[in-house]
Design a protein around this ligand. Structure first.
Ligand code: KIV
Length: 273
């Protein structure tokens, strides 16, 4: 049996078929070892460009490059077996033209072997989403708050708080759905608007700070584990690993300094057993 047939990964059409079905569970991962853990419980692993903040300490996702995404996307593919792996297209790799987007997406698919890409933007990206989808590139959209536009937005603020501001976001959602995306991330959108989008469009909505009215949820892994120095208010923490890691490192440092570190004889003993 070939390796390919031994591993049955979820596909973009599998996720598309979950509209109004069992909620879609998605988390970010950027490394092989966290991917293996996330893979046990999630339908989708997002190699988000949030790796710029989380791994590299950038203030925004703007400096993230295509090469950085491909390197970590490949690592996540090696660490996972079952989940659909979606790799973010970074700022500057797809906005200039649909052809630029296609070349970048093809590099991502060929060099990581992931199952789909994600890009930010609604109406303005619809033509590109259609171009990619028609040419064999499954696309996840991303609307509402789009962090790559921070320099024109000015701040990371929730969208659609009052009904008067809903229309452009509803149009974005409809455009991405009509263009052939298989799902769409809806970020930092008020609950009534998230509900309206989810009820209106044909593809699954995956919320982040957009209430449980969506067809699924995504969080940044390090945020929900309590490992990020700053997290958005909406993030529910499912762990507080920061202090546990600090204690472990402190214990190690203390062993080394007091020469209590296990010597080679310890290792040989273990090898014999
Ligand atoms: O980059 C990322 O992690 C994301 C999620 C916040 C949806 O796009």
């Amino acid at each position: 049996m070939s390796v390919q047939s031994a591993i049955k990964r979820k596909t973009a059409p599998d996720i598309r078929a979950r509209k109004n079905g069992e909620p879609i569970v998605m988390l970010t991962s950027y490394h092989a070892h966290t991917a293996a853990l996330v893979d046990r419980h999630c339908d989708v692993i997002l190699v988000g460009d949030s790796l710029g903040n989380v791994m590299h300490g950038f203030e925004t996702t703007v400096p993230v490059t295509l090469d950085m995404m491909i390197l970590q996307g490949h690592a996540v593919m090696r660490g996972s077996r079952h989940a659909l792996v979606v790799v973010d297209m970074p700022f500057g790799s797809y906005e200039a033209s649909k052809e630029q987007a296609f070349h970048s997406a093809v590099r991502i698919l060929k060099e990581t072997h992931c199952g789909a890409v994600k890009l930010e933007g609604g109406v303005r990206m619809a033509e590109t989403v259609a171009f990619l989808s028609e040419r064999g590139v499954p696309v996840m959209g991303h609307i509402g708050l789009t962090p790559q536009s921070i320099n024109t937005l000015g701040s990371f603020r929730a969208q659609g708080r009052d009904e008067g501001s809903w229309d452009p976001i509803l149009r974005d959602a409809q455009a991405i759905s009509d263009a052939g995306a298989f799902s769409v991330v809806v970020e930092a959108v008020a609950e009534p608007l998230a509900r309206k989008i989810t009820e209106t469009i044909a593809i699954p909505t995956i919320g982040i700070g957009a209430s449980s009215a969506c067809d699924g949820q995504v969080l940044v892994l390090e945020d929900m584990l309590g490992l990020s120095p700053r997290t958005p208010k909406f993030v529910r923490r499912y762990g507080d690993l920061g202090p546990a890691i600090d204690a472990a490192i402190q214990g190690y440092a203390s062993d080394v300094r007091s020469r209590a570190f296990p010597g080679p004889e310890h290792v040989y003993e273990m090898k014999k057993s």
